[in-house]
Design a binder for this molecule. Structure first.
Ligand SMILES: Cc1cc2nc3c(=O)[nH]c(=O)nc-3n(C[C@H](O)[C@H](O)[C@H](O)COP(=O)(O)OP(=O)(O)OC[C@H]3O[C@@H](n4cnc5c(N)ncnc54)[C@H](O)[C@@H]3O)c2cc1C
Length: 306
């Protein structure tokens, strides 16, 4: 259990060095997540530069405090009671860079949105990440989880990642040295992605745009609007999770304000002020149903912080 007073030195550090970050621990994190629910973290800070990140990382490491990085919060569910430890968002300029390295390669900061990256690369006639159009992620969150759609994932285009390790040092790791897979990115749990070098292939701008338009239209049909975090479960090998839950009659099942989407059975929507506990209960019900009626163990795609 983290003792709140443990964070006083860190708060004082950021008060003295406001260019490195801003502490805002009193705030609930609900507004920063796709589900719009969940409590506070013991320590919550926007980090503006590498030095600020280094200080938090080393402090948490020395004091054995759990450190979580929040990207755009479109995959996390935060417990109503809040979470022990520190949560940081990397919001400063070094994390927002999107720099062209040569004809086909970009260096992309962890807080660059996929939407921006796709726009920039498409305009430059570079193909590789247009398949991900419509995923409301930051680069850091997307690489961490190897976000993907339509048979492609982000790590196909990543050459190397530069991460901060618990000792506060930056390390650049070639992706050939790390295993990636279905929703399995290349970062170790204690590594924070600072930027990634990405390589794309030349293609006709109009061909890339056409693919994006077709994908956007299909996503609009399939993905419901509202407060949610995309797919809750990974697809089991035998059947897509959405199809399985649809066959089990789960669409529309509700737990207080949380409801399995009518459009997509692998998505839970926060329809009317559901708490995280309602969503967790609903998740449990779906897992039990798949287990008892089909003998299938559903595995979470969603990240849960408690
Ligand atoms: C409408 C909608 C559609 C979606 N469609 C898809 C889809 O088609 N395919 C798909 O794969 N996902 C989809 N998602 C889920 C979600 O967008 C992805 O999982 C995305 O990768 C999460 O990115 P994020 O920036 O929101 O990360 P967050 O939700 O903030 O964080 C997710 C995880 O990544 C970690 N993380 C974040 N930043 C960093 C960093 N810099 N360094 C290390 N770890 C970090 C966090 O600690 C956390 O463990 C969808 C979600 C929504 C709401």
């Amino acid at each position: 259990m983290t003792v709140l007073s443990q964070f006083v030195p860190l708060e004082m550090y950021f008060q003295k060095n406001p260019s490195e970050g801003l502490v805002q621990s009193g705030r609930t994190l609900a507004r920063y997540t796709g589900f719009h629910c969940g409590g506070k973290a013991d320590f919550f800070c926007d980090i503006y530069d590498i030095e600020g990140l280094k200080n938090v990382v080393m402090f948490c490491n020395i004091h054995s405090i759990t450190l979580n990085v929040l990207g755009f919060g479109t995959n996390v569910l935060i417990a109503d009671e809040g979470i022990c430890g520190a949560v940081v968002r990397l919001t400063g300029l070094p994390f927002l860079l999107c720099e062209r390295l040569d004809e086909a390669r970009f260096r992309v900061g962890s807080r660059v949105s996929l939407q921006k990256l796709i726009g920039v690369t498409c305009k430059a006639g570079l193909s590789g990440c247009e398949w991900l159009v419509g995923i409301p992620a930051s680069l850091g969150g997307a690489v961490r989880l190897n976000a993907g759609a339509y048979g492609h994932d982000i790590c196909e285009s990543v050459e190397s990642i530069t991460v901060m390790k618990p000792d506060g040092c930056l390390h650049t790791i070639d992706l050939s040295q790390r295993l990636t897979g279905y929703r399995q990115g290349p970062c170790e749990p204690d590594e924070i992605l600072v930027y990634a070098d990405m390589a794309f292939s030349a293609d006709d701008v109009s061909a890339i745009s056409e693919r994006m338009t077709a994908i956007s239209a299909e996503r609009k049909r399939k993905i419901p609007p509202g407060r949610h975090a995309g797919c809750v479960f990974k697809n089991p090998p035998s059947i897509p999770a959405g199809k399985l839950l649809d066959e089990l009659g789960c669409k529309g099942i509700a737990q207080q304000g949380a409801c399995v989407s009518i459009e997509h059975a692998n998505i839970i929507v926060n329809k009317s002020n559901a708490g995280s506990s309602d969503i967790l209960t609903l998740i449990e019900r779906l897992i039990n149903k798949a287990r008892s009626e089909r003998n299938i163990e559903l595995e979470l795609e969603l990240t849960i912080w408690r």
